[in-house]
Design a protein around this ligand. Sequence first.
Ligand SMILES: Cc1ncc(COP(=O)(O)O)c(C=O)c1O
Length: 419
Amino acid sequence: MSQKPALLGGKPVRTRCFPPWPIFGRTEEHGLVRTLCSGKWGRLDGEEVAKFESRFAAMHGCKHGVGMVNGTVSLRIALLAAGIGAEDEVIVPPYTFFSTASAVVEANAVPVFTDIDLDTFNLGCKAVEAVVTPRTRAIIPVHFAGQPADMARIMAIARKRKLVVIEDAAHAHGASYMNRPAGSLGHMGSFSFQSSKNLTAGEGGIIITNDDRLAESCRSIHNCGRIPSGVWYEHHVISGNYRLGEFQGAILNCQLDRLERQTRTRDRNGQYLASRIVELPGIHPQKRGADCTRHSYHLFMLRIDGEAFGVPRGAVVRALEAEGIPCSGGYGLSLHHQPLFRNKAFGPYLPKAREKLDYDKTRCPNSDLICREQCVWLEQNMLLGSRNDMDDIARAFEKIHENREVLKAWSRKREREVR
Ligand SMILES: Cc1ncc(COP(=O)(O)O)c(C=O)c1O
């Protein structure tokens, strides 16, 4: 007989916490103290960031790494380094964090939102081909949740149309596509080290590339327009100070030592969890592409078809939380529906193009559907748990499904009360 759901007063599946995030220890402490005592706290004085840049680039088979203050600035600098601006068009997905598109506007280019695939949650390649125009200059595929986008097809489109590809790999530390590291597959790869990320220093970012010219340009733009052969007070392009600091470099060097093991654990647990819940009606975990050789599971994502499952997404999220499984519905709306884009509140950017732009006309039904009623996110730290932890998550889904009738009734009653 099924047990009463915790949301309706039953005993929860679990009361124990999942692994915390971030994970750190003595090595981080020593790294920070060493940096403190060195007195070399800035990028231009110390060695930590330089060491991290080389290690991170090498791990991706790239010649260059340029550390940045965050993964928003790194996207913008990558666009500027590639010469994109002057109201060029840049293809981006609508199901991503704000920065993927805000960075485009802040490079004075036009984000063109292109729908995602409903199975993988990554840019749909047919949709990309359909929106390329003579003004298109770049594509920013996001490896959403840590699963690499279909890079072979994206690069084929880019070659044919002479487009620049900047991978937004903010979720994809340690992920791989056809056994090649995510972030090394396009012309440049951009990563974030913000608090929630699988590799973190609280804040931070990096651009990696194999292109000497792009690397030099990124380095110059992130360092007040200086050039390697120039002196300190010599500035060649309009830019700013976007350098990563040495304390963050010290932490990143320690966190990088942990990444491989953590990524293996997340990938193993993510695949196991997906295999456990995929059998339930209406449950669609993010589909793993055949070319995904490693998923970094920054998020474990799934779609719930409320009709088929028997309980709508909102009630499932509430019920999972009551069972001791932290989760959310993720983004509440596609990025192009944000007031920023609807109102074209672009500040000094896009002075001419904005007149013709109307983001209310953009159609991305897949993204809208998962935002509005289907998506569920579990965060990466949960996947650092044990096999038993994954079984608990699966058990909670099963328990909710077994109790679908009472939970559906609860949800209907609640809806009536809210109205
Ligand atoms: C997909 C994506 N791109 C870019 C960013 C921006 O990174 P940051 O927060 O380091 O600026 C984030 C998240 O934070 C992200 O999730």
